[in-house]
Design a protein around this ligand. Structure first.
Ligand SMILES: Cc1cc2nc3c(=O)[nH]c(=O)nc-3n(C[C@H](O)[C@H](O)[C@H](O)COP(=O)(O)O)c2cc1C
Length: 400
């Protein structure tokens, strides 16, 4: 018998998401947030804006995604209780899903949800619980995780590394440069690559098609020793976090799959001494060896399939008439999940790292110290600096 439904993730820093794509709201309960963290709705909104749909390179669903903090924050500071964040669904149009009620989209969760929960219980509107919209709740929780990680000076930055066959060949390890991707409509830091991606997405949209892609995420300033050597390997927990994001098809660390094509002599990394510290020369394993962080940047690549809901025609079955049919998915869909998923990938990495940092005793679990809060203020400023300005007309009804 299953005791815990899979709506929660994490051990000491634990998130539980709720809501459906076309229901009243989605949201998250974050348990394990220590008291004393300065937290405003703007802190969360700034991250949500990065994932928000409504521009040319995403779905045309227009959601403001203004979060309401309804518990766990008092006078602008966390109280130690669960932090609950609600994001109302405002721009819901379920009409295109009426005609898809009996014709499941082959690449989406539709048929499997019907088989598991029954046709009468299945929320067919916009994917219901299996919608990419659920990931807004993860980004909201991720804002808290990122802010807590600032106490250790850890910065997490993701960007689009490839779209279809278009690949960014540069390897940049400077956080300030990578941060520029937060201001890009296609979430990448290199202007030339950005232009190519935009052209490709324009073309894909014109054809009523979609395209896959890869997000790279880097965590800087991670101390050595986060993780565990056996089942709770840091790599294993990050892989689970990433593979739980809808639309993922693979995860790599460091050189990843390329290591499987090499000889030991090519793949070997070296230990060196730099400024009195023992370091890895090339960081080929992406900052995790033996399930434990090495102190080098953690580098993860997450691969996404092309969006399965496309307008150009899909072969499926009308499950009422038991007849093969063709559908063209109308409605508003992302041409490339990878672009929308960048802040989600960052959030999931932040959630795993904060949980492990708490397990190691590196972040206070009850009440933050003054030193931790000072560091948070210092490093959080970097995220704020590289964020699109907050629309002054937007207001949250619950700022905590
Ligand atoms: C941010 C984000 C946005 C997404 N947008 C769409 C979309 O517009 N249309 C769609 O069919 N799938 C979209 N997806 C992917 C589906 O949610 C996903 O394919 C579906 O839940 C089935 O899960 P699976 O692909 O992991 O098997 C999105 C995923 C994410 C993370």
């Amino acid at each position: 018998m299953r005791e815990v439904p899979g709506n929660s993730f994490g051990l000491l820093f634990r998130i539980t998401t709720f809501g459906e794509s076309h229901g009243r709201a989605i949201g998250v309960v974050v348990d394990g947030v220590p008291a004393g963290l300065p937290l405003s709705w703007e802190d969360i909104y700034r991250e949500l804006v990065l994932r928000r749909p409504g521009h040319k390179y995403s779905t045309s669903r227009r959601e403001l995604d203004v979060p309401e903090i309804i518990s766990g924050v008092f006078r602008g500071v966390t109280s130690g209780g669960p932090v609950t964040i609600i994001i109302w669904n405002r721009d819901v149009d379920s009409s295109p899903y009426e005609e898809l009620k009996y014709t499941p989209r082959p690449g989406h969760a539709d048929l499997q949800m019907i088989r598991k929960y029954g046709l009468d219980a299945w929320d067919y509107r916009g994917g219901g619980r299996a919608s990419g919209r659920e990931t807004a709740a993860r980004v909201a929780a991720g804002a808290i995780a990122k802010k807590l990680l600032c106490s250790l000076g850890i910065l997490i930055i993701g960007y689009v590394r490839s779209v279809g066959k278009l690949k960014l060949e540069k390897n940049v390890q400077d956080p300030q440069i990578l941060m520029r991707s937060r201001l890009s409509p296609v979430k990448t830091f290199d202007p030339e690559f950005e232009r190519k991606v935009m052209n490709l997405i324009d073309d894909v949209k014109r054809r009523g098609d979609s395209v896959g892609g890869c997000v790279e995420v880097v965590a800087f300033n991670v101390p050595p020793g986060l993780g565990d050597p056996v089942f709770d390997k840091l790599k294993a927990d990050i892989a689970k976090a990433m593979m739980s994001i809808p639309g993922t098809v693979g995860v790599e660390f460091g050189l990843g799959i390329r290591l499987s094509e090499m000889f030991g002599s090519e793949a070997a990394d070296s230990l060196i001494i730099e400024d009195g510290y023992v370091k890895y020369l090339r960081n080929v394993q992406g900052g995790i060896v033996g399930g434990l962080s090495t102190g080098e940047p953690i580098i993860v690549r997450v691969y996404f399939k092309p969006t399965s809901s496309i307008a150009s025609g899909l072969r499926t079955v009308d499950i009422r008439k038991l007849k093969e049919v063709e559908i063209k998915v109308r409605g508003r869909h992302d041409p490339c999940i990878a672009i929308r998923a960048v802040p989600v990938v960052e959030a999931m990495l932040a959630i795993v790292l904060v949980d492990h940092a708490m397990r190691c005793g590196l972040i206070s679990t009850d009440r933050l110290t003054l030193r931790e809060v000072k560091n948070i203020e210092k490093y959080w400023e970097i995220y704020v600096k590289y964020s699109p300005p907050i629309d002054k007309t937007v207001e949250s009804e619950g700022s905590g």
